[in-house]
Design a protein around this ligand. Structure first.
Ligand code: TC6
Length: 698
């Protein structure tokens, strides 16, 4: 007997209530419960219809993702769905909250579907590296046609009730208690003599150009296979009888279940939720967060101010001059009008945010009442200390003083104030109102409730917050610097920046690293190299060929020339012919004979450099867990989600193999490729990064 599905009788109608908090995931007990209670209804004399509802905040959010990767347990969901559809009773799904994945597939096997106006439906399996595996690819196209079904399945997007009605996914929208709404609808169907209406008995969809659609979806997925595979599953719904289509879908689903991409994406799903779950913050109350100060209205400061305004906070932004203040306000207005255009805010809200919630001032005294202030000024310790001195003088006691520095020592900044316990790093990524990552940098003396406040702010802004310790570059930029160096070595030794970009785009990056440098501005890397030059280790190999281009005033996209040449009005660039010449000159100067690298070798060295440095970052406690690194790279650096993150990539390759690769590279350059002690330890103990994640959350 499963208590995950409750049975009740209301005249001629039985209600099957799924009760598996928090989101009614379809665990084995729920699947068994649905079958058991359906059969109870069928055996219950006088019952003519069944209503399926969900308890709590959702109808059903899908299969229980925690069961994936374990041996499947009967009853299987496709069989449960088929059995529901085959019931001689009229079956109604009454949907509220979300009906996702297997949850929508249960509803699609009911004969009628009614939903609350606020309900959302979707088939998001592609975000887990899968496709709908309980008839979704066969039933949905029978209701919507192939093209719309492919859009729903390959984007995995959530669809609001009104749009779902228009698409034919649901039959009716009705507001009220979901059980009462379902009962009323079922009664109405009985009263009007409605018949059972199995979706599987509807004709399959008309054909479309399957191959062209497959190719387009594959290209859009940048190497992700499940959305493209879903096109083939929908194709089966058009070309095969229902039962055979189901078998084809099942096979594709089971094949995807075995893939690395499925592992990576499920790791990403759970890590995204676990990342802000820190034992040190359990039960710690954050401080108030009504009004926020922002120092500096450049791209970063304006982005932070925009994010805070959109989250409903009042913002006081400090700039130095009339001109700078006007420019800052214009930047924020530009950001907000983007939100207006996308329908995220109304014109009225836009006017209110800009006219009432935002104050731009040149006087630090305007900050005396704010709850938290974020400094986003020039990256220079002297400048930062001056700003923090002023903040220390004007801000009220308890105000959190945050720096948006991307690599400077937050301990040193904190020490320049009389209240280091109130100082924290909040490292946003540009554009700050768009990018999802926030590194919460905890300094030696940061009070725990200040850390909790950093996380609370990030949550309010819709960010993925990752705790980081203090070191040059924190988690993300420190690891970035290291793998960029590895790419520099590859170039010196013979791989061209263009081959590297193309190999890494094939690996799943949105853009090649050299194209990214062009986009960010080559002057940034140039300045960093100059800053770091006096502290370099004698054995460090840092190519300088690109500095020659900077010296000539070429800084990438903004000047029209960098690694690539950019023509006005054209997207993307073409390889700059000067680059191979500059590289050749440097190789000759250093006495290097260039050699060939395969794309596979390029990816492997890039990843090994990333993983090795990341293992040092975790080993030193800068990141608490491997999953923290994974989330930083995924949400701040465009790492392909279907790999789950670099640490997950390493686990999938096998840590002994990764260590072996690193050791072989160390034979060429022992200084750069010193294996991370944590990696060596894990390999010696036969453990994985994921074991560390599990131990940390146990
Ligand atoms: C599928 O259905 C395939 C079927 C074919 C089979 C043959 N399973 O996100 P939140 C947990 S594939 C297990 O923080 P929200 C989540 O981990 C599946 N657990 O809340 C968290 O646990 P914690 C297709 C799940 O309100 C808690 O619930 N379905 C599942 O921001 C709350 O989640 C999906 O892909 C699950 N399916 O968002 C839907 N779902 O508290 C995935 C959630 O221990 N889920 N949990 O950390 C979501 O998109 C969102 O969770 C949400 C709720 C919109 C349901």
């Amino acid at each position: 007997m499963s208590d995950k599905v409750a049975y009740s009788r209301h005249g001629e109608i039985a209600v099957l209530r799924v009760q598996n908090p928090p989101v009614n995931a379809l665990s084995q007990e729920v699947r068994a419960g649905l079958l058991e209670k359906l059969m109870q209804a069928e055996a219950d004399e006088g019952v003519k219809a069944v209503v399926i509802v969900g308890e709590g905040r959702a109808f059903i959010a899908g299969a229980d993702i925690k069961e994936f990767g374990k041996p499947p347990q009967e009853p299987w969901l496709p069989d449960v769905c088929n059995r529901i559809e085959a019931s001689p009773l009229i079956v109604v799904a009454s949907m509220h909250g979300v009906s996702l994945g297997g949850g929508l597939e249960v509803a699609l096997s009911a004969h009628y579907r009614v939903a609350q106006p606020s309900a959302r439906v979707g088939l998001p399996e592609v975000h887990l590296g899968l496709l709908p595996g309980a008839g979704g690819t066969q039933r949905l196209p029978r209701l919507t046609g192939a093209e719309k079904a492919i859009d729903v399945i390959t984007t995995g997007r959530h669809i609001k009730a009104a749009a779902a009605l228009e698409l034919g996914i649901i039959d009716k929208v009705s507001e009220g208690d979901p059980e009462a709404v379902g009962l009323a609808y079922a009664q109405d169907l009985l009263d009007t003599g409605a018949e059972r209406r199995p979706v599987s008995e509807l004709p399959g969809p008309d054909p479309i150009d399957w191959d062209a659609t497959y190719d387009a979806v594959l290209k859009k997925g940048r190497g992700q296979i499940s959305p493209a595979q879903a096109v083939r599953a929908v194709q089966a719904s058009a070309e095969m009888p229902f039962d055979e289509g189901l078998k084809a879908e099942r096979k594709m689903f089971m094949d995807l279940m075995q893939t690395d991409q499925r592992q990576g994406m499920i790791h990403a799903f759970f890590s995204e939720r676990a990342v802000s779950n820190l034992p040190e913050l359990k039960g710690v109350e954050p401080r108030a967060l009504q009004s926020i100060g922002v120092i500096g209205g450049g791209t970063m400061g304006a982005g932070i101010a925009t994010a805070c305004l959109l989250a409903g906070m009042n913002v006081v932004l400090i700039e130095m001059s009339d001109d700078a203040a006007a420019a800052a306000k214009e930047r924020i207005a530009g950001n907000l009008s983007g939100a207006l255009k996308r329908g995220k805010i109304s014109q009225e809200k836009y006017d209110k945010l800009l006219g009432v919630a935002l104050e731009v001032s040149q006087n630090y005294d305007s900050l005396k009442d704010v709850d938290l202030v974020i400094e986003a000024v020039f990256e220079d310790m002297g400048v930062k200390k001056e700003v923090f001195g002023k903040l220390d003088a004007v801000c009220k006691p308890g105000c959190v003083l945050a720096s948006n520095t991307s690599y400077l020592d937050v301990d040193e900044i904190a020490a320049s104030t009389s209240r280091p316990e109130d100082v924290i790093g909040l490292h946003f990524f540009s554009p700050a109102h768009v990018m999802k990552l926030l590194e919460v940098v905890v300094a030696d003396k940061t009070a725990t409730d200040v850390t909790a406040t950093g996380f609370a702010l990030g949550k309010a802004l819709g960010k993925v917050c990752v705790r980081a310790g203090v070191c040059d570059g924190f988690i993300g930029n420190r690891i970035l610097a290291h793998y960029r160096d590895a790419l520099g070595h590859l170039v010196l030794d013979g791989a061209s920046p263009f081959q590297i970009d193309s190999a890494l785009v094939d690996f799943g990056l949105a853009m090649g690293p050299h194209a990214v440098s062009d986009l960010a501005g080559l002057d940034i890397g140039w300045a960093t190299r100059k800053r770091k030059a006096p502290h370099r280790h004698p054995e460090e190999r840092i190519p300088t060929y690109i500095d020659r281009l900077c010296e000539q005033g070429h800084f990438g996209q903004k000047t029209g020339e960098g690694y690539y040449i950019y023509e006005k009005g054209k997207r993307g660039g073409t390889p700059n012919p000067k680059i191979p010449e500059l590289i050749k000159a440097e190789q000759e100067e250093l006495g290097i004979t260039p050699r060939d690298f395969s794309d596979e070798e390029i990816v492997r060295r890039y990843m090994c450099a990333m993983v090795n440095e990341a293992a040092k970052v975790v080993g030193e406690g800068i990141a608490k867990r491997p999953l923290d690194v994974d989330m930083v790279l995924l949400f701040g650096y465009g790492f392909p989600r279907y790999w789950g993150g670099p640490m997950k990539w390493a686990d999938i390759q096998g840590l002994p193999k990764v260590l072996e690769w690193i050791r072989s590279y160390a034979e060429e350059d022992a200084w750069f490729w010193q294996p991370a002690p944590l990696l060596e330890k894990l390999v010696a103990e036969g453990r994985t990064f994921d074991d560390l994640n599990k131990e940390a959350s146990a």
